[in-house]
Design a protein. Sequence first.
Length: 338
Amino acid sequence: MVAPWKYEEVKRIKEFILSHKVIGIIGFHKMPANFFQQLRKLYREHGVNIRVSRKRLIIKALEQIQGEKPGILDLRNFMKDEIALVGSNNMNAFKLFKFIESSKTPAYARGGEIAPEDIIVPAGDTPFRPGPILSELQRVGLPVAVERGKIVVKKDTTLVRKGEVIPKEVAEVLTKLDIKPIRLGFDVKAIYEDGIVFSPDQLRIDEEQIKNDVIALARNAFALALSIAWPTPETIVPLIQKAHKEALAIAVEAAYPEPDIMDLILQRAIRAALSIAIQLPEDALDERTKEMLSSMRSQQVTPTVTPSEEKKEEEEKKEEEEKPSEEEAAAGLAALFG
């Protein structure tokens, strides 16, 4: 015989799961009851609901609704220690994970917890004067000594490695040193959304790195669009500017007599003439040419400028002007790839 309350509980669990778009399994092993209630209230204020029940009943509910939420039964593979369901309709899986992680609070260890990260005691002064505390610190493996009337830790020391159990005596020492190695809060076991079950490793992302990667990709995409002359609202102006500069460079190189470029052609011809004149004897030059050469020397201008050097300078200047900003790059990426 199955107790009637179990049928009712399975029904309520199913209703909880079906009423939320995103469902997660969270752990609260050894969490103080009063802190649990504080977190429940905080979550509710952000539109996140929690339901605690027995694992077997949760699994039973998952089995009965797997047709309505394909893949959700995979959550049963993440039910270890004390667990609860968490549900949200206003956050996706990644935002929900970030919210749960951000709600954790640094806390002292009591002993028996699993170290979430390496627990390191840094080198430096402690608040203690010489006394029985010295041997207590030494017993847990801290290299300590007495200097200037105070106990000091001689070097950075790892007392507990990530994933190891924190011994009670180590926890007591860490508390006296005011080190809070534990982050008190719910631990995400897995989160389900749209047929996919995500593990914490998949949900833990570096937002700054992703932002930098997107910016780099956007810049590359924008540069590629310019190099292949791909017209979009974001690239059309730089493309026209590029075409104009290239046409101008060809016209100057070919000495094509257009009103808009005659000054450039004449300047190029003068530079070429001066590059020859500077190699001639002084008495072979007229006064005007001498003045121009003297002016160039006083300004420390090199008169010998070949067409290839002119083109190289123009290309370097053009590349600098065409380098897209972060905003242009992001807009170009959106336009190129929808």
